[in-house]
Design a protein around this ligand. Structure first.
Ligand SMILES: [Zn+2]
Length: 196
């Protein structure tokens, strides 16, 4: 069986217990993702990261809906070290995509601007304005599995943007602000595969 490509959404300190925008169950989700990484089933991992300037438009201080979180270069923006350690231990190929880098633009997915080719999907990610483009390509037969935080916000939007890949969802590796309702509804409506 082909090894899976695991997309790990925003498993950063600020989104787990103790962080500035903590999501209950975040640490438990990280623990389950770590187990999956150590299982030998993952061949490639793509980490997405909120990577905001300190005055990002989504912050309450700027009139946005969220408390300040994942300011680039701070501890809160770092990916949980248990996951990085598991990746290193298993020697898994890892890539990183930053999102929410422009002060005036919110991004709930790192996979915008799909370009469709015969053998693969290519996503041009993140800032179109100032940063160099980041391109992420997936083979059309590559089994993609999505997990991470928060299930009802960035995981949900990541799933929507990756929908042409028929992504599966590792639900144990998710934590949601709404208890999982929106994510489960989407999985059911779209008939997405769930992996345990
Ligand atoms: Zn954010």
């Amino acid at each position: 069986m082909n090894k899976i490509t695991l997309v790990v959404v925003d498993c950063q300190h600020d989104f787990v217990e103790g962080g500035s925008l903590e999501v209950k169950g975040g640490l438990a989700a990280v623990g389950h993702i770590r187990e999956l990484l150590l299982s030998g089933k993952v061949g490639r991992v793509v980490f997405t990261q909120d990577w905001h300037p300190k005055d990002h438009c989504s912050f309450a201080g700027q009139g946005g809906p969220w408390p300040s979180h994942c300011v680039r270069g701070t501890r809160g923006a770092n990916i949980h070290p248990d996951l990085l350690q598991a990746v290193r231990k298993m020697n898994i190929y890892a890539e990183f995509l930053h999102k929410g880098k422009d002060q005036d633009r919110e991004e709930y997915t790192a996979f915008e601007h799909l370009h469709d080719y015969a053998d693969y999907h290519a996503y041009r990610a993140a800032s179109a304005k100032t940063k160099k483009p980041e391109v992420m390509a997936f083979g059309k037969k590559e089994p993609v599995v999505v997990c991470g935080i928060a299930g009802d916000v960035c995981v949900l939007n990541t799933l929507k943007s990756l929908r042409p890949m028929c992504p599966a969802v590792f639900t144990q590796g998710t934590a949601s602000l709404d208890g999982g309702q929106a994510l489960n509804d989407y999985i059911r409506e779209e008939g997405l595969q769930v992996i345990e």
